[in-house]
Ligand binder design. Structure first.
Ligand code: AKG
Ligand code: FE2
Length: 210
């Protein structure tokens, strides 16, 4: 797959390297036992990773039944189960670093990787929680490494009680949704009419959560 990447957006000069997860990590406590951590600029020099993922991942264009019709899912996806080889060594490193940082609080290690590619502003993900599996009943964490064009992640409580949150996610940023967030809050990446280039998100989850 070929995408026009705008070098100006990105940090071409730097070596790829992760900072410590805990450096400048900011937690926002939400309602009902949900929280969200943001760690800006976690991966420095993220261009080669973005380019490699756009090029090498066997992206799927899915179609899903919606009511009476079948519609295109407005993004490309690829899921890596825990025992599948990840498409880039930096993703293995990301999973290790996140597991090392969060295991004391999470009680387990991150296992699977879901990748999404938003080709342009028409691609999106509608309001949802990651509620397939244990996350339907249990607290968990979903960690997302964002690469490429900045897009906002929106969060809103399912019961409508608290105000929604808009988290701009840029190239190399990390966001972690934790506690009851998948059960009690929904999240979305809205479409935009602005000219945006491709964005890839890497979602790391524990076993048995989708
Ligand atoms: O792309 C993102 O940052 C979010 C993706 C997402 O919510 C999902 O795939 O469940
Ligand atoms: Fe999600």
């Amino acid at each position: 797959m070929s995408f026009a990447l705008q070098g100006s957006l990105l940090d071409l000069a730097e070596e790829s390297s992760f900072g410590a997860v805990g450096d400048g990590l900011e937690r926002t406590v939400l309602t009902d036992g949900a929280w969200v951590d943001v760690r800006r600029g976690w991966l420095r020099g993220a261009d080669p990773l973005l380019e490699a993922l756009l090029r090498d991942v066997p992206w799927h264009a899915e179609r899903r039944r919606m009511y009476d019709s079948v519609v295109d899912v407005p993004r490309l996806t690829k899921f890596y189960a825990a025992d599948e080889a990840l498409p880039h060594p930096l993703l293995v490193e990301a999973r290790e670093r996140l597991s090392d940082h969060y295991e004391p609080e999470l009680g387990e290690r991150f296992a699977t990787a879901g990748l999404c590619c938003y080709r342009d502003g028409r691609d999106s993900v509608a309001w949802h929680g990651d509620r397939v599996g244990r996350s339907r009943e249990e607290d968990t964490m979903v960690a997302i490494l964002s690469l490429g064009s900045p897009r906002p992640l929106l969060l809103r409580p399912r019961d409508g009680g608290a105000t929604a949150l808009r988290l701009p996610l840029g190239h190399g940023d990390l966001v972690v949704m934790g506690g009851s967030c998948q059960r009690t809050w929904d999240h979305a990446i809205p479409k935009t009419t602005q000219a945006v280039g491709p964005r890839v998100s890497v979602q790391l989850r524990v076993l048995g959560v989708r």
